[in-house]
Ligand binder design. Sequence first.
Ligand SMILES: [Zn+2]
Length: 294
Amino acid sequence: MNMPEASFLAWQKQFSTEDDCLEYLQEMKWKNGFICPRCGNAHNYKIASRHLYECTQCKKQTSVTAGTLFHGSKITLIQWFWAIYFLGSDKGSISALRLSKLIEVNWRTARLILKKLRSAMGHRDSLYQLSGTIELDDALVGGRQKGKRGRGAAGKKNVLIACESKEKKAGFIAMEVVDSICHFSVDKFVKKYLKPGQKVRSDALAALNIIDQAQDHEARVTPSHLVDEWLPWVHIAIGNLKTFLLGTFHGVSGKYLQEYLDEFCYRFNRRFIEKQIPNRLLNLAIVHVPVKSS
Ligand SMILES: [Zn+2]
């Protein structure tokens, strides 16, 4: 489904007051009109200044933010909607510090908003499984120092990456932080992100041979100067990821790495429709179940 493209001016026009946001949320949530969850009555009174609607019949109060990503949040909808715009429209992502200034919240609140949005992005993409020809590799990512595979460089984390190869372009991508690259973590990753019976290419790292069990797996010992021929897309993606992490976050501590991977993949997977991302993210936040604050 195509979504409208978003520009700063269009967003400003559409969502300039709290009521604009409330109205949009209400329309999206109750597409066929309000229905009381207790008695099924279709009529309500709006309770001013809170996002609550009271059933005219049984008096049950229903919050329009209940069951969405905005559930239980103390900030206004307009702050949420603009956080979504700033995160969704910036290719290089946004730091919590910058977001906190833009929507006038403290740093901790901005961090929590970003965490919830990135978590929804990750969840959305985990519903899709890769298929066709898939390149799979591991990398050491994050931290603030340079390091090589297997050396346990400070602050770096192991990441598994899979990328659909569509000959002249990359397809969908998936990335996950793992404690170590071993049979257990590789098997779990492959089962979660890949349809069974696909054509999977990798280098000949021993931990990856578990892929044979459910996939048509071809492992090749690849000297470093030939690796871009055997696994081109996955290496381009790793390079882009490292640039993304350095650019906005000046390196990332391991603790938050999965959130950034979720955002990176979500954006990568929509790179041909990137102007739709703010609207897609807004609608995702409305249909997404609440994400825990801690
Ligand atoms: Zn009712």
